[in-house]
Design a protein around this ligand. Structure first.
Ligand SMILES: [Cu+2]
Length: 190
């Protein structure tokens, strides 16, 4: 894989120019990337370039099927912003985390493995309790800044992570979707 072309970089500048510097308002004005090139740049922004440079980029369709936008040479997979949420939430996943993601999409039990996910652009979730919520908890979405995630059944009941649920302080390490098969650790990276 080569470095992004000038055209792709221009798209990135356009994406950045469309956002405001304040996190919360920024989520409200976010425009999901439209072209494949823009989706690839967006997906790669979820992780350090040393990770995303060689990653495959796959888009998740509404039916849960994954579409390959770019085949990478590395083990990691980056997924662009989920257009069904108001925030910019691309991610880069290791192979175990991809298995976990597929289990979540298919509503099947996740494998007994530990996976890792980068979300350095932040995350936007309808609910910190319900993995399949499609409206905000009590009118309030769970919005997290740049973070990494540890997924898999082994993280259940890990000490040191806030299990408040709805209304959790997302600036400190916390548990998302507690007491569900998709319980995972959310760890702010900044
Ligand atoms: Cu996340």
């Amino acid at each position: 894989m080569s470095i992004p072309t000038a055209a792709v970089r221009l798209v990135l500048v356009a994406i950045l120019a469309g956002s405001t510097p304040t996190g919360i308002v920024w989520g409200a004005v976010h425009q999901p990337p439209k072209s494949d090139a823009a989706k690839i740049v967006n997906a790669m922004s979820a992780a350090p370039s040393a990770v995303s440079r060689n990653a495959s980029v796959m888009e998740m369709a509404a039916d849960g099927n994954m579409k390959m936008l770019r085949k990478g040479t590395g083990e990691w997979t980056c997924v662009p912003d989920d257009p069904s949420t108001a925030g910019n939430d691309p991610m880069c996943l290791d192979p175990n985390a991809m298995e976990w993601l597929h289990a979540y999409i298919g509503k099947s039990p996740p494998p007994a493995k530990v996976g890792f996910i980068y979300m350095l652009q932040g995350g936007w979730d309808f609910s910190n309790l319900d993995p399949y919520a499609n409206k905000p908890d009590g009118g309030k979405a769970t919005i997290t800044g740049p973070h990494v995630m540890v997924v898999g059944p082994a993280v259940k009941a890990a000490p040191g992570y806030d299990r408040t649920g709805a209304g959790v302080n997302t600036a400190a390490p916390y548990v998302m979707w507690k007491d569900t098969p998709y319980e995972h650790l959310m760890i702010p990276a900044r």
